[in-house]
Structures are given as C-alpha cells and as structure tokens.
Design a protein around this ligand. Structure first.
Ligand SMILES: [Fe+2]
Length: 280
C-alpha cells in the first residue's frame, strides 16, 4: 500500500510567481526583498528531492480564477491527468501544465466521498497561483511529480471550519494508505500566511503571527484548532484564514512526524513560510 513520507506547508502569492519568472527569465536575480524567500526555499527543495515522492496531494485554494462566486464549492478535487494554468490577468506564465494521475484522483475522491466529504469532482480543474506560484521553487521543471489537487473555499462565506480541515487531513491519510501500490506520497497544504488584500485594512499583516503559527503547528494542532477562524482574520488580516488549510497537512501526518525545516520571511503584502515534516 502507498504511504505518506512527509508533509509540507507552504505559502502562495501571485508576486511569488512573478518574481520567479523575472529571476529565471532574464533578470538572473531576485530583488532584495524576495531573495530571502528564494534562499529560504533551497533546503525545502533539497528535502523534497531526498524524500523522492511518487505523488503529491495538494490542499490549496483557488482565488476566483477557476471557480466563480456563482459556483463556489466548499471542497473540490481534480481527477484528470493534467491541470491547465489559469490566466490571472497578466497572461499565462511559461510553465508546463500540472501533471495529474487519474487513478489517484478517482481513488481519493471515492474514499473521501465514502467518508462524508462531499467533494465537487472536477475533470478539468484550472489551477492558479495557489499551486503554480510556489511549485517551481521546490521542484525542477518540467514538474516531475503528479499531483492530486484538492481545492478548499477560502473566498466566499461561509468558510469551512478549521476542524474540518484537520478532519480532511485525517481522512486523506486513510485514503492514501488504501491506495494499492507502494508509492511514496507527500501531503502539501498551501495558504498565504498573514495578509489582507481588500477593504479598509488592506495591507495589514503580522509576521509575529506567522512565526508563532509555524512554531505551534507541528506539536499543537489541537490548540490551533480551538482558535476561531475570525480570530486568525483579526490578528493577521482577512486572508490569514488560509492558514487553516495547513491543518490538513499536519493532520495527515502521524504524531511521530518530525520537523525537518521551518522558515518564514515577509517579502511584501503576504507573510511567506515553509514547513517540512517527515515520517520516521
Ligand atoms: Fe491565497
């Protein structure tokens, strides 16, 4: 049977992707405020190479680039063999599509729906910076590892409760361990850390909250889940709600999982961090 070899929590932001393209498309360097993020993702990249996963399950959120306000599922899964890149307004980036694997997609959707997660099942799931912004920082191009994307509504009220994200992680673990192969699986959750991109509090962030969250998540998931999602929004900006997506990654791992790497920085607008944990 397949097994989870580790997990990664990581931030996403549109500018993260833009700066990657500039640095790799002629500039040959990152601006001063983004260089720490590139440098800080090098150990994560090395750890992923060591873990050598055969498959990645990525819990992320779309930002009105594929789903619309008229049709916004709380939970959706992509089951195709390839996922296209959504154009977020500045033209498609020079990246290959995200590779998928329909056997994994069908297996996970069957198991999760059997266990009361009412997923919207998508054959064609267009992906935005929720995955494409950080992925080139931690794996080489063309993307070598097939991905099953699971999209969670972080846009339109009502949002799923933080406890639901942890339950999703636990269910994912059981589902992955029921996949009939000896594949190695990495569970990834991605959400921006503190930030707010709308309203009167536009631009507020909280790097202290980001560091505190990274320190707490590996060993104190129960404590973090007791905090109401509106409290994360109050402390770190409305979009800090995306931190609750990280709960799915931690809950998919065992109590014995160990932190291998943790890093955070604040380039602009959105707190950026990465956490890599491995199973013994
Ligand atoms: Fe986001």
């Amino acid at each position: 049977m397949a097994r989870i070899v580790g997990g990664m929590g990581i931030s996403h932001t549109p500018s993260m992707g833009i700066e990657y393209d500039r640095a790799h498309g002629g500039n040959d360097h990152f601006p001063t405020h983004w260089q720490p993020w590139f440098d800080g993702t090098r150990p994560a990249r090395d750890l992923l190479a060591e873990l050598a996963p055969d498959h990645m399950v990525v819990v992320y959120n779309d930002h009105l680039n594929y789903f619309t306000l008229d049709n916004y599922p709380t939970l959706a899964i992509g089951i195709g063999d390839e996922f296209r890149q959504m154009d977020e307004g500045w033209g498609p980036r020079e990246l290959p599509p995200l590779p998928g694997n329909h056997e994994w997609g069908i297996h996970l959707s069957q198991h999760l729906i059997d266990n009361d997660f009412d997923l919207t099942v998508c054959q064609d799931l267009g992906i935005d910076h929720g995955i494409f912004s950080w992925l080139p920082y931690v794996v080489d191009l063309p993307f070598p590892i097939p991905v099953t994307p699971i999209a969670v509504n972080m846009i339109r009220e009502p949002l799923p409760r933080p406890q639901r994200m942890a339950a999703l992680g636990s269910a994912l673990r059981r589902a992955i361990e029921g996949f009939p192969s000896d594949q190695r699986v990495l569970v990834v959750a991605t959400g921006g850390m503190s930030h707010q991109i709308s309203g009167a509090r536009f631009g507020i962030a909280n790097a202290d909250l980001d560091r505190w969250f990274l320190d707490k998540l590996p060993r104190n998931l129960d404590e973090l889940m007791k905090i109401d999602i509106t409290e994360y929004m109050a402390l770190g900006g409305t979009e800090a709600a995306e931190l609750t997506l990280w709960f799915a990654m931690r809950a998919a791992l065992s109590d014995a999982a160990q932190v291998q790497y943790s890093f955070s920085t604040f380039p602009q607008i959105t707190g950026c961090g990465v956490l890599v944990m491995t199973e013994p």
